[in-house]
Design a protein around this ligand. Structure first.
Ligand code: MN
Length: 207
């Protein structure tokens, strides 16, 4: 699928004269291939969910995660695969007007960069992505795994799973969505990068 085609569904759902969300034009080009960003947007739509987005192939591959992520590997979180969003959507925070697609408040809940641990294009196609997250809240190794569609299901169900590493925290002791509910939009990207580099330092878990 070309970059232009990949955003067709995203654009078709929106009236850009009414919402301040970006159309997503003129991207790609100058970006370095190694820089892959991720964002998680907390979205109070009809139901609260967390939009988990990974940059791949010139767009943000996207999953809607109703319960949000968990640092407990036993919490396999449902992640419904949804349409690609433009990379410029990563900076969007605000109110989608009533009557528009996805009406409700959106905040940037986490942001940073991600590192695929296996070929990400193949992983995305085959339904098994393994990667490291270097965000302000989410760190360490994670996986997105596609499940079999049940009959009549239009959107692919995937699972977002924390993989075992030094960042694992049991659900009984820590819930990242409850304890870190707020926007990180105004926190600088440098902070994300330095917290990523200090991976082995346990103090960076407080970020
Ligand atoms: Mn959403």
């Amino acid at each position: 699928m070309s970059k232009a085609d990949s955003l067709k569904t995203y654009r078709a759902k929106r009236d850009f004269s009414k919402t301040t969300e970006p159309r997503g034009e003129n991207q790609g080009g100058s970006r370095r291939a190694q820089e892959r960003v991720f964002v998680i947007q907390k979205h109070w739509a009809t139901r609260l969910h967390y939009d988990f987005r990974l940059e791949l192939e010139g767009a943000m591959k996207s999953w809607a995660v109703p319960k949000g992520p968990s640092f407990d590997p036993n919490d396999k979180r449902m992640a419904v695969h949804v349409e690609d969003h433009p990379i410029s959507y990563n900076r969007f925070e605000g109110q989608i007007p009533a009557g528009q697609y996805g009406a409700g408040k959106v905040i940037i809940w986490d942001k940073g960069y991600w590192i695929p641990l296996e070929d990400p294009r193949k992983g995305y196609r085959d339904g098994k992505l393994k990667f490291e997250l270097h965000g302000l809240k989410l760190k360490g190794n994670w996986a997105l795994v596609r499940m079999k569609n049940r009959e009549g299901e239009k959107q692919e169900p995937w699972l977002l799973i924390k993989e075992k590493d030094e960042y694992v925290r049991p659900a009984a002791e820590f819930s990242v969505v409850d304890e870190m509910p707020d926007s990180v939009a105004n926190l600088p990207q440098e902070q994300v990068e330095s917290s990523g580099r200090k991976k082995k330092d346990s103090s960076s878990r407080q970020a």
